[in-house]
Ligand binder design. Structure first.
Ligand code: SF4
Length: 87
């Protein structure tokens, strides 16, 4: 898969949700509303809250797990020490 930087994602219309250890990116135009994120980690992904994504340090492993199974590619993440976003 092509490796992307944060800059590329933001240009593609993703919004950034910053944490200390991990940043999460979301593109609402791509989301298929499959709900894997809100069901998989309701503490991080909560549509009733603003911001609806809160990337806390203690949730990093879970956040990665959930974003890896997002079927549309609407969610991405980047660990702070890394250069490229995943997946
Ligand atoms: S898992 Fe991905 S496609 Fe499904 S609701 Fe969340 S962001 Fe949208």
């Amino acid at each position: 898969m092509e490796k992307k930087t944060e800059e590329v994602l933001l240009n593609e219309g993703y919004r950034k949700y910053s944490g200390n250890e991990i940043d999460v990116y979301f593109n609402k135009d791509i989301c298929q509303h499959a709900g894997k994120c809100v069901k998989g980690d309701p503490e991080t992904f909560n549509l009733e809250r603003k911001p609806w994504i809160l990337p806390k340090d203690e949730r990093v492993e879970k956040i990665r797990e959930v974003i890896d199974i997002c079927p549309s590619g609407a969610l991405k993440y980047k660990l702070k020490e890394e250069e490229f976003v995943r997946p």
